[in-house]
Ligand binder design. Structure first.
Ligand SMILES: [Zn+2]
Ligand SMILES: [Zn+2]
Length: 144
């Protein structure tokens, strides 16, 4: 198995392994992701049955809404996972992979909520919150 399939937090207290190709990386610019990550949040995702925690002694989950929770390391503070329901794939921070060779960038989402101190690259796909909720993900799948 290549290094692209494993990752973890800065201190090593949380480690994971995936056994399916990771989805295209989404950069989310919503208020919540910006606050949680410190800038904007870039994550891939895999089906839950293709995700395994191999070390989780410092993993903590924060309920960020009624239906979703965010996983982070309580020791080093690394932002790691985004779980938005039992049937949904698990989101994994792109920066947490040991080797990012298996990752492909997909799109920027919630761009209407982006911070005003940076500029989004024009050559990368962009969706507002409304466009994304109205089927942006499907349009992305069709075009890729
Ligand atoms: Zn850690
Ligand atoms: Zn977000």
């Amino acid at each position: 198995m290549s290094d692209a399939c494993v990752g973890g937090c800065l201190c090593g207290g949380v480690r994971y392994r995936i056994s399916a190709p990771p989805q295209g990386v989404l950069a989310c610019h919503c208020r919540q992701c910006r606050r949680m990550s410190g800038h904007f949040y870039a994550a891939t995702a895999v089906p839950k049955d293709a995700f395994e925690l191999t070390e989780q002694k410092t993993l903590k989950w924060f309920a960020s809404s009624v239906t979703s929770r965010r996983g982070f390391c309580a020791e080093c503070g690394s932002s790691l996972f985004f779980d938005h329901g039992p049937e949904e794939p698990i989101g994994i921070s792109a920066g947490s992979f040991d080797d990012t060779a298996g990752l492909v960038f997909a799109a920027h989402i919630y761009v209407d909520e982006a911070g005003d101190y940076y500029t989004l690259p024009e050559h990368e796909r962009q969706f507002t919150r409304r466009e994304w909720s109205e089927g942006g993900w499907k349009s992305l799948r069709r075009s890729s």
